[in-house]
Design a protein around this ligand. Structure first.
Ligand code: PMP
Length: 415
C-alpha cells in the first residue's frame, strides 16, 4: 500500500519541490492507484469523478476495454519496432487517420506528445515552403519544447527561455485584420488551435478560421491546426475545424490519440507537403515514435470513436453541461463571469483567480477532478471523458453548486 505522505515526500525530494508544494496547497491528499471509465480511485479508497480527463488525454475514459484489449494483444506480439522492417499497426493507423481527418490530409509522422507533433508541423511547413515565418496566435498553447513554445503565447512560460526561435510573430486570436497584415511572402505557415484550450477555452468568431484558410491560399502559406486538445470528438465533431468546414494542410494530434492507454502523437499532412522531403526521408525522425504498441492503441481508439459515436455524444452531453453551468452562473453572478465552449471542452470563467483556485480545491474535496487552463488561471476547464453519462453530469453540477456556495461563504467571512 502506498502512503500519501511517502509519495508526496518523494515528489518533494525527487520530482519537483515546487510542484509538490503546489499540489498540497491545492488540497491534493491522495495517490491515484486505479481508474476505470470516468472514475479514479486513491490509496484510501476514495473515488473521484474525473472531469479533467488528463487535460483531454482520456476522451475514451480510463482503460477503455476495447483499447486495453488491443494493446494487450500487441504487447504479446511485439511492443516496439525493430526499426528495420515494415510495421503494420503504424501503416494501418496512418491509413485510418487519412480516412477520418478532413480534406486532403493523407500522410502521418508519429511521435509521442503534443509538443513533438507541433514541432514536426512547423518543420514540415518550413521544408515544404522554403519559407521561415510562422504566424501564431497570442494566448496560444502548443507545448513547452523550444519550437512549440515559440508558437505559444504566454509570457510566463516563454520569457525565461528567450531568445526563442526566430521568425515567429503573434497576432490576437480571432483578429482578421491583424492576421491579414502579418501574412506575407515569407510566411511558411499560420498555426492555430481551432478553439484555444489552455488560453481559457476561447471559441473564435465563425469567420476567423475560413478567413485564415483563404489568406493562406492567397499567399502560399500553409495552415497548421493544432487539434491536440480539440481533436478526436472532444468538441462535438471528430476534429474541431469541421465546425467551420476548414481543411488544413497540417494537423497536430496527441493526447487522446493513444486512447488513454499509451502516449501517441501525430503530425498529419498533405501529399504535397510530405513529397517535398521525399528525397530526404530521414530529415525528421523519432526512434520510438509510431511504435506498434502505441499505434495499436491509436487504431483501436479511432474505431471506438466511430463505433460509439463519441463526437455526437460530446455534443449532446456538452449541451447539458453548458445549460447546467449557465443556470449556476445566474445563481452566482458575483463569482462566475462567463461560461463557454463547444462539446465537452467547456470553460468556466471566474471574476478572480482566487475564486477559481478555491472552487477547484473545493471540488477536489468533493472528489471531482478539474483544473484551471494553463494560460488563464481565472478559467476552470471541464472536459470529462466523452463516455460521460447524464448522471455524472448531474453529480458534477451538484458538486459545483456546493463548491461555489462554500467559496462564497468563505469570501463573506474574510471580507
Ligand atoms: N497543443 C495543445 C492545443 C495543447 O492543449 C497541448 C497540451 N495542453 C499541447 C499542444 C502540448 O501537448 P503535450 O503536453 O503532450 O506536449
Amino acid at each position: 500500500m502506498e502512503s500519501f505522505e511517502k509519495i508526496a515526500e518523494l515528489y518533494a525530494r525527487h520530482i519537483n519541490p515546487g510542484l509538490a508544494r503546489l499540489m498540497k496547497f491545492a488540497g491534493v491528499d491522495g495517490v491515484e492507484i486505479r481508474a476505470e471509465g470516468i472514475w479514479v480511485y486513491d490509496e484510501k479508497g476514495n473515488r473521484y469523478l474525473d472531469f479533467l480527463a488528463g487535460f483531454g488525454a482520456l476522451n475514451f475514459g480510463h482503460r477503455h476495454p476495447k483499447i486495453v484489449a488491443a494493446v494487450k494483444e500487441q504487447l504479446d506480439k511485439m511492443p516496439l519496432s525493430s526499426r528495420v522492417l515494415f510495421n503494420a499497426p503504424q501503416a494501418k493507423l496512418a491509413e485510418a487517420l487519412a480516412d477520418i481527418t478532413p480534406g486532403k490530409l493523407q500522410f502521418c509522422f508519429f511521435c509521442h506528445s503534443g509538443a513533438e507533433a507541433v514541432e514536426a508541423c512547423i518543420k514540415f511547413a518550413r521544408l515544404a515552403t522554403g519559407r521561415k515565418k510562422i504566424v501564431a496566435m497570442k494566448n496560444a498553447y502548443h507545448g513547452k519544447t523550444l519550437g512549440a513554445l515559440s508558437a505559444s503565447g504566454r509570457d510566463v512560460y516563454r520569457q525565461p527561455f528567450e531568445p526563442l526561435l526566430e521568425w515567429f510573430v503573434h497576432v490576437p486570436f480571432g483578429d482578421k485584420d491583424a492576421l491579414a497584415q502579418a501574412i506575407d511572402e515569407d510566411t511558411a505557415a499560420v498555426i492555430v488551435e481551432p478553439i484555444q484550450g489552455e488560453g481559457g477555452v476561447i471559441v473564435p468568431p465563425d469567420e476567423f478560421l475560413p478567413f485564415a484558410r483563404k489568406l493562406c491560399d492567397e499567399s502560399g502559406a500553409l495552415l497548421i491546426v493544432d487539434e491536440v486538445q480539440t481533436g478526436l470528438g472532444r468538441t462535438g465533431k471528430n476534429f474541431a475545424v469541421e465546425h467551420w468546414g476548414v481543411e488544413p494542410d497540417l494537423m497536430a494530434l496527441a493526447k487522446s490519440l493513444g486512447g488513454g492507454v499509451i502516449p501517441l502523437g501525430a503530425a498529419v499532412g498533405t501529399k504535397q507537403i510530405f513529397e517535398s522531403f521525399s528525397d530526404r526521408p530521414l530529415i525528421h525522425s523519432s526512434t520510438l515514435g509510431g511504435n506498434p504498441l502505441a499505434c495499436a492503441a491509436g487504431l483501436a481508439s479511432l474505431k471506438v470513436l466511430q463505433e460509439e459515436r463519441l463526437a455526437d455524444k460530446a455534443a449532446e452531453m456538452g449541451e447539458l453541461l453548458l445549460k447546467g453551468l449557465r443556470e449556476l452562473q445566474s445563481q452566482f453572478p458575483d463569482m462566475l463571469s462567463d461560461i463557454r465552449g463547444k462539446g465537452l471542452l467547456i470553460g468556466v470563467e471566474f471574476v478572480s483567480e482566487d475564486f477559481a483556485a478555491l472552487t477547484a480545491a473545493s471540488l477536489l474535496q468533493r472528489r471531482v477532478l478539474t483544473a484551471y487552463t494553463l494560460n488563464n488561471p481565472r478559467v476552470i476547464r471541464l472536459e470529462p471523458p466523452l463516455i460521460v453519462e447524464r448522471e455524472h453530469i448531474q453529480l458534477a453540477l451538484d458538486a459545483f453548486s456546493d463548491a461555489l456556495s462554500q467559496v462564497r461563504n468563505l469570501a463573506a467571512i474574510l471580507a
